[in-house]
Design a protein around this ligand. Structure first.
Ligand code: ADP
Length: 536
């Protein structure tokens, strides 16, 4: 409960210094707020020094409790020159000291889980609850002692108790939250809006006391407007600052500008309602801000997790995409080794195999680089090509594998197709993936032969569309329902990344991709933008 930074600050300062500062401030505040007292006693309608006692114990710890008994004695001595006889006086100081020691101890001992930074609305309510019960206790006993010692008449008991209760409670409600927030570094930020709010407070005060003839107390409601305004915009620090300013201004007006013409206690009753409203509104706003802050943290954590997830996907994608050129490179290097071992060493063939192996390794490197770019930034390197060029280049890569597997391939490009602006390597990669999937499906189903068709045409919407169809078993229903789920595979050693990567690439080009089961087997359709369309 007790804040570490504040306890370090308190430890750095000597106990004597803090004690002396508290006693001096207590007496000074009592002197300044000695307004409309009941008789010659400290029964006044505004007692900010009670709030100060709460601040001392909550911020500096329970070892200052003895000062809570000394302070009322000192104030009576300096401000009122000990108006009560010694036995009654002793009892009065004891009641004040004991009442507020018990209250502040209850808060600072952690019994109610009270936090001095007031992070929750709960902390404000618990502070007000403890303040209300302790002030009722102190005010009633104080007035009873005065009446028992014949210092006031018993018929005045209620008035005196009410005045003291209001004074102490409002002293705590206005001073303590404000001081706790300032001490824990949550001050109101000064902006043009806060200046406007301050002006609104002054205007409301002027209207309450000097406006056109109306019952003045009735116009007190005007003071709610700037307090609600500041509480809604600046939360609890705003509400507390506004309340301190309003209270100071109210007492200044009553004491110096209209001395003796208004009943301070009645205004303080209204001020109490204003204080409760302001604190509640500020607390609610503060809780909402904290909920938003927590939500932001959760969203950031979620985004971090998602990024980690895509690192996972990136590695799987890289593994998937470089597998093909690397196995081609392996084939060529194996061929090269065989050629080198032949008796009449075919130097031209060996050079060709080495060059082909090199091309495939370069391709693997380029695939990795482009994939990384695509997944990290969504960037693509565009050039404008004929559709037939695109298909031929991709099919050239897969043809040898297909021939070995006994799968034939046919391609067809409709005559009036426009040129397309694409990242050639990436679209080739899509085509290679889809054709390989097709032949793996035919092979995987145990068919001894099969056909793959690659057709470029216009879609029903007029965009260039490519359809890769095969005579394999077709997609299963789960694949059609969740077509691009990463890591979904039915192949031994499959990664389940091919289709999801194809979708990323096609969508990065502004196209669409979908799966279907045609009359013969599986069909994958994807569209591209033509050269005249704006780039994605
Ligand atoms: P992988 O090829 O590593 O399994 P893909 O994402 O490319 O990953 O494919 C996911 C799954 O979709 C495959 O395991 C297969 O079950 C199914 N599939 C893909 N293409 C075809 C096709 N042409 N015919 C039938 N099923 C296919």
């Amino acid at each position: 409960m007790f804040d570490n930074e504040i306890s370090a600050w308190v430890r750095r300062r000597s106990t004597w210094l803090i004690g002396l500062a508290y006693l001096t401030a207590y007496v000074a505040l009592d002197w300044a707020s000695y307004v409309q007292p009941f008789g010659p006693f400290g029964v006044t309608p505004w007692n900010p020094y009670t709030g100060l006692s709460f601040v001392l114990i909550l911020l500096c710890g329970p070892r200052y409790i003895p000062l809570l008994f000394v302070a009322p004695f000192l104030a009576d001595l300096v401000v009122r020159h000990l108006p009560a006889p010694l036995p009654a006086g002793l009892l009065l100081w004891l009641v004040v000291g004991a009442g507020y020691s018990a209250a502040t101890l209850a808060l600072s001992k952690g019994k109610y889980d009270f936090q001095i930074r007031l992070p929750r609305l709960y902390d404000i309510w618990i502070l007000l609850l403890v303040a209300t019960s302790s002030t009722v206790f102190v005010a009633c006993l104080y007035a009873a002692i005065l009446a028992s010692a014949d210092l006031i008449a018993w018929r005045d008991f209620f008035v005196a108790a009410l005045r003291l209760w209001i004074g102490d409670l409002i002293g705590i409600a206005v001073v303590t939250p404000f001081a706790l927030l300032v001490a824990t570094g949550r001050r109101l930020k000064l902006t043009w809006e806060t200046l406007a709010q301050f002006i609104a407070m002054c205007a409301a005060l002027w209207a309450v006391f000097h406006g056109p003839a109306m019952p003045q107390l009735y116009r007190f409601y005007l003071l709610f407007l700037p307090i609600i305004w500041i509480a809604l915009r600046s939360g609890l620090p705003g509400a507390c600052t506004g309340l301190v300013i309003t209270q100071l201004a109210l007492m200044f007006v009553i004491e110096f500008l209209l001395p003796g013409s208004v009943d301070t206690t009645t205004y303080q009753e209204m001020m109490l309602v204003l204080t409760l409203t302001g604190l509640a509104a500020g607390g609610v706003v503060m809780e909402r801000e904290q909920a938003e802050y927590r939500l932001r943290l959760q969203q950031e954590a979620h985004a971090r997790l998602t990024r980690l997830g895509s690192i996972n996907e990136l590695s799987a994608a890289v593994a998937h995409e470089i597998n093909q050129p690397l196995s081609a490179a392996a084939t060529y290097t194996r061929l090269l080794a065989e050629e080198l071992g032949e008796r009449d060493f075919p130097i031209a063939d060996a050079r060709e195999s080495a060059e082909k192996a090199n091309t495939q390794v370069q391709r693997a490197a380029a695939v990795v680089r482009r994939l990384r770019d695509l997944i990290q930034t969504g960037r693509i390197e565009q050039s404008t090509v004929e559709m037939s060029e695109l298909l031929n280049a991709a099919l050239e890569v897969v043809k040898p594998e297909l021939q070995r597997a006994g799968v034939s391939i046919v391609s067809q490009v409709e005559g009036d197709l426009p040129r397309v602006t694409v990242d050639v390597l990436q679209i080739e990669q899509v085509l290679i993936n889809l054709v390989r999937n097709a032949y793996e499906a035919i092979e995987g189903a145990g068919y001894s032969s099969g056909t793959i068709s690659v057709m470029a045409r216009r879609s029903t919407k007029g965009e260039p569309e490519i359809v890769i169809g095969d005579t394999g078993p077709g997609f299963d229903s789960e694949q059609i329902a969740n077509p691009f789920t990463p890591f979904h595979t039915t192949k031994r050693g499959g990664l389940g990344m091919g289709l999801s990567l194809c979708r990323s690439i096609v969508e990065a080009h502004g196209g669409r991709i979908w799966l279907a089961n045609g009359p013969q087997g599986a069909e994958v359709h994807f569209t591209l933008q033509d050269r005249n369309s704006p780039p994605p």
